[in-house]
Design a protein around this ligand. Structure first.
Ligand SMILES: [Zn+2]
Length: 354
């Protein structure tokens, strides 16, 4: 499949917004990368994950406490993904490249692979957002149908119910299956994976081996097979559900657009307009949600300025929204997490009806 191109003539929308954002950073004399609020997240979430891991392995406790801690560990892993890994892999955590590279490996520590993810996410998803056939994040056929251009099957009638289980299993499938599929096929959906050098191959395999050691072998050794199996399953269930939902609520809801990449070769929109039309915010006034999901409820701002740390998105949203009104581009948002979730379920139910 050839890659879709975007209109590039007279792109005033993005240049106006970029000017506003550059002014904001200049006037306030701050860097677009992370600040003390981001470092607080780093030094809260990572130690919390390590402490819970230690408690689960070395402290004898009732099964119910252990299960609750595994669920909490899954949630904290997803928050590390949103707050630390995502900024680092975009190069927006710090102005120092080595800091971003180092913290990007938090993804490998969670079972994924930073090299593959940077291409899947930064290149494929961020450029071709909601373009069916290219965006790997909406490629879940035949299990789930996420836009009108995807082939329907009978099972999709119930997808608005069983999708929660699929989301819950998604991080496990990602760590144990999808990374390997991308590695061996050298493809991210329909896009060629960049060539890996020796170091990339070495880090890929080392991370996967260490994952088995720390998440499988050591827990089985210390707590036994069945307790580990239950805990590992619960941890992934919570991690996968939260990771998948935050993505779905930002792109697969009733107010976002999709493009069929197999029939449209050139979008009539400039790239920034395409990003805004295919993306939606939720619960932007909720400070608790914003803190935990790493500003990814400000997904519109993130897609327009992926190299700006998420700690600045609330301020940037005023500039972005004002420009959307000025240039008559829809600024998609839901007031709460629940309203976005209801819209997602309704949209998935609609896609499930033939
Ligand atoms: Zn991103």
């Amino acid at each position: 499949m050839s890659k879709i191109t975007f209109e590039s003539k007279g792109s005033l929308f993005y240049s106006s917004m970029k000017e506003g954002v550059a002014d904001y950073f200049a006037k306030n004399d701050i860097k677009p990368t992370g600040n003390v609020y981001l470092y607080i997240k780093l030094f809260t979430l990572i130690p919390a994950a390590v402490i819970i891991y230690g408690l689960l392995l070395f402290v004898k406790m009732d099964a119910i406490f252990a299960i609750l801690l595994c669920a909490l560990e899954g949630l904290i892993f997803s928050f590390i993904g949103f707050n630390v890994m995502h900024d680092a892999c975009h190069g927006s955590f710090s102005s120092k490249k080595w800091v971003n590279n180092f913290l990007g490996y938090s993804l490998n520590a969670l079972g994924g692979n930073a090299f593959i993810w940077k291409q899947k996410h930064n290149v494929v998803h961020h450029t071709y957002t909601n373009v069916d056939g290219i965006d790997d994040d909406i490629a879940k056929l035949p299990v789930i149908r996420q836009c009108e251009s995807q082939q329907w099957n009978k099972m999709h009638r119930y997808q608005h119910v069983y999708m929660f289980l699929v989301y819950g299993l998604s991080s496990f499938l990602w760590v144990g299956m999808m990374d390997f599929a991308k590695y061996f096929t050298k493809k991210i959906h329909n896009t060629e994976l960049q060539k890996m050098d020796f170091q990339d191959h070495f880090i890929f395999w080392l991370s996967k081996v260490l994952y088995v050691v720390f998440y499988v072998a050591l827990p089985i050794y210390f707590v036994g097979f069945l307790p580990w199996l239950a805990g590992f399953f619960i941890m992934h269930l919570f991690m996968g559900l939260v990771l998948a939902l935050v993505f779905q609520l930002a792109h697969v809801v009733e107010n976002t657009e999709f493009i069929d990449g197999s029939i449209i070769a050139k979008s009539e929109d400039e790239w920034a307009v395409h990003q805004v039309k295919t993306t939606s915010n939720f619960a932007t006034h909720n400070k608790v949600v914003s803190w935990f999901v790493g500003g990814l409820n400000f997904q519109v701002e993130h897609h327009l300025f992926p190299r700006v740390s998420h700690v600045h998105y609330p301020a940037l949203s005023k500039i972005v929204e004002a420009n959307c009104i000025k240039f008559n581009v829809p600024y998609n948002q839901f007031p709460t997490f629940t309203s976005a979730l209801v819209s997602h379920v309704r949209f998935m139910k609609h896609l499930g009806e033939k």
